[in-house]
Design a protein around this ligand. Structure first.
Ligand code: 6CS
Length: 339
């Protein structure tokens, strides 16, 4: 071996190996799946998160929008298996895996007034302190929880009472509490993943569904139904998580990077979220002036609230003491946010 070759092997090979190692350690590509498109609330959060990570490190974040990795449940399996590092999945789907997450679905517990919503999610003890360890049990590091707007029901026929809902087939997301909710409300609910809803409405397999106004407008659900009804019973909530094993293996600096990026994205989306309902409604009114939009009065809401008590009981039965404690805290957080 020549002197030059020996030098190359002795000095350059370890250097190249060190460089390769440091590249692997400091410039990873993190995969992030979500249930929505880039211009929807989850996409706005994810884009902000990606920008923060990429501006403050050599890492890159690859976002997989709705439809690219299968349905919500498929993406969750991939996140739990560590194939994805980050996932945005809403309690409307997570409830099947984590019963306590259904606290966000119990009717007439969540705020709907935009300013109250912001305070409830930003300062609420339940939202910010009580879910972390519960998600950990499923191998998930919970990073952010945020709202996407008041749940609104779209149907073919008007309804103002539980009796009016009789026989109406309402599509819900797959968390069991949503089926219990619409059964209690008098309807005939059918749980299905997002990918089947538009076809379900077109083929009349279902007569209606619930979602926030911003989503109804974005995916044309108003044009597939005749009436949109504000019942005041819920707020669409979503959550962003990391695979816990991946998160635990990060350096302290990278953990801080992820936490900071989550906080920046959360602060941003909480400001945007305050405007989502108004934006969604205004767009529907402009693009679909003939669409009937009903807002149930307090009097009309009363029988739905009465029936919601059975749903709350079903939640507590499944989510146990921890679930009951979360619900009680949410009620206190709501009262505090309303002041
Ligand atoms: O109804 C659904 O399934 C969807 N709704 C929203 C607001 N986001 C994603 C989710 O899949």
């Amino acid at each position: 071996m020549t002197k030059t070759a020996r030098f190359t092997l002795r000095v350059c090979a370890p250097l190249a190996a060190a460089l390769l190692t440091s590249t692997a350690a400091y410039a990873d590509n993190w995969r992030y799946a979500m249930e929505e498109g880039l211009t929807d609330p989850q996409g706005l959060y994810a884009t902000k998160f990606k920008e923060e990570i990429e501006a403050n490190s050599d890492h890159t974040v690859q976002i997989y929008p709705v439809g690219t990795l299968g349905e919500s449940a498929d993406a969750m399996e991939q996140a739990q298996a560590g194939l994805l590092q980050f996932i945005d999945q809403s309690p409307g789907f997570t409830g099947a895996l984590i019963p306590e997450a259904e606290a966000f679905l119990v009717p007439y517990i969540q705020p709907t007034d935009p300013q109250v919503v912001r305070k409830f999610f930003k300062e609420g003890v339940a939202v910010n302190e009580m879910f972390h360890d519960i998600y950990r049990e499923q191998g998930l590091e919970l990073l952010s929880v945020f709202p996407e707007g008041e749940m609104v029901v779209t149907t073919m026929e008007e309804f103002r009472t539980p009796a009016d809902l009789e026989g109406m087939k309402i599509r819900t997301m797959t968390s069991p509490l949503l089926l219990e909710t619409y059964t209690a409300f008098g309807a005939s609910p059918i749980a299905m993943p997002w990918g089947e809803l538009i076809g379900g409405l077109k083929t009349k397999m279902v007569d209606g569904q619930e979602n926030p106004a911003i989503w109804i407008e974005a995916y044309d659900l108003d044009n597939l139904t005749n009436v949109m009804t504000y019942t005041g019973h819920g707020q669409y909530t979503t959550a962003v998580m990391a695979n816990a094993e991946f998160y635990d293996a990060l350096s302290d600096a990278d953990k801080e990077l992820v936490q900071n990026a989550s906080q920046v994205a959360l602060d941003y989306i909480l400001d945007v979220a305050v405007e989502l309902d108004a934006t969604g409604l205004a767009k529907i009114q402009e693009s679909n002036p003939g669409y009937t939009i009903n807002r149930l009065t307090e009097e009309e809401r009363a029988p739905f609230k009465e029936r919601a008590k059975a749903v709350e009981a079903a939640f507590v039965e499944r989510a146990g003491e921890r679930g009951a404690a979360i619900l009680e805290q949410m009620k206190k957080d709501l009262a505090a946010a309303q002041q």
